[in-house]
Design a protein around this ligand. Structure first.
Ligand SMILES: O=c1ccn([C@@H]2O[C@H](COP(=O)(O)O)[C@@H](O)[C@H]2O)c(=O)[nH]1
Length: 292
């Protein structure tokens, strides 16, 4: 088994900073790069981004949809790009937002196993079928040293219509966050009472050896942080920067200083390509603004 994802992520962030760059090869982006909207164009895009950034940023986040839409040849490009990104030192978070009943979830989670053709370090998952349905993915991640990021409070404008709805005294998003807090607490299983906040208060919510392997997705576009992340014990993936309007100032406003946040940017970096130096400069500009 690899070292636990949370620890590997904390080490990568210490070495390279927290920025995650997304690989989102929209048809329009490929055209802008002078590439065909085909598996060949996809391969040239992926080669360029991995070549420019896999040795620079802590995390690369391929968006599975843009590879799947090209069929089996697109998936082959993804597999190759993932392997090369990891070999160059980047952690790979596959953004596929998987979520299903337990037996199917078990199969989705196989992507966290080293023998999988597209083996990745971490996976985004959707809790819509209930937190318990994700348990097989938690079990696989614990076994293989993989990580999960669960959609909690996403960056799209109408997300609050579902995610802020009340389930008893808490919002849906808060149930998700509290479940992930449980996963980061040794011995806790879905259905157990939530761990005592005092016992886990902020343990691992900052970068360090105790950073947990289970994180949540909270958009940088939120007007207010309407979930309580205290004691989460794991990282927060924050999409929505750049093209969706979120800024580094929004990150500071929402999350403050010190919390283990992985800001992720796709289009706002990718539109700088295909020149590798320009891609690196765009990523460095974001990294600099985030560090400021
Ligand atoms: O709440 C969420 C969860 C995931 N995403 C994904 O992140 C990227 C964002 O791309 P940008 O070009 O930086 O806007 C994309 O793959 C989304 O599917 C998100 O935006 N919001």
């Amino acid at each position: 088994m690899s070292a636990p994802f949370g620890q590997r992520l904390a080490d990568a962030v210490a070495a390279r900073g927290p920025l995650c760059v997304g690989l989102d090869p929209h048809a329009g982006l490929l055209e802008r790069w002078g590439l065909p909207d085909s598996p060949d164009g996809l391969a040239r895009f992926t080669d360029a981004v991995v070549g420019a950034l896999a040795g620079e940023v802590a995390v690369l986040k391929p968006q599975s949809a843009f590879y799947e839409r090209h069929g089996s040849r697109g998936v082959a490009v993804l597999e190759d790009g993932v392997a090369r990104a990891r070999a160059a030192g980047a952690l790979v978070l596959l953004d596929a937002k998987r979520g299903d009943i337990g037996s199917t979830m078990d199969a989705y989670a196989d992507v966290l196993r080293p023998e999988h053709p597209c083996a990745v370090d971490a996976l985004t998952v959707s809790p819509y079928l209930g937190p318990g349905a994700l348990q097989p993915a938690v079990d696989t991640a614990r076994l293989t040293g993989g990580g999960l990021f669960v959609l909690a409070r996403t960056s799209n404008p109408d997300a609050g219509a579902l995610q802020s709805a009340a389930v008893g005294a808490r919002s849906v998003a808060q149930v998700v966050v509290d479940t992930v807090r449980g996963w980061n607490t040794p011995g806790w299983v879905v259905g157990d009472p939530l761990p005592d906040l005092g016992a886990v208060q902020d343990l691992g919510s900052r970068w360090g050896a105790a950073t947990g392997s289970f994180g949540v997705v909270v958009g940088a576009t939120l007007r207010d942080l309407d979930v309580d992340l205290d004691g989460l014990g794991g990282p927060v993936l924050a999409p929505g920067l750049g093209a969706q309007g979120g800024t580094p100032a929004d990150l500071r406003r929402l999350f403050g200083a010190g919390r283990a946040v992985v800001p992720t940017v796709s289009r706002d970096v990718l539109t700088a390509g295909p020149d590798p130096a320009a891609l690196r400069a765009a990523a460095a500009r974001w990294a600099g603004e985030l560090a400021a």
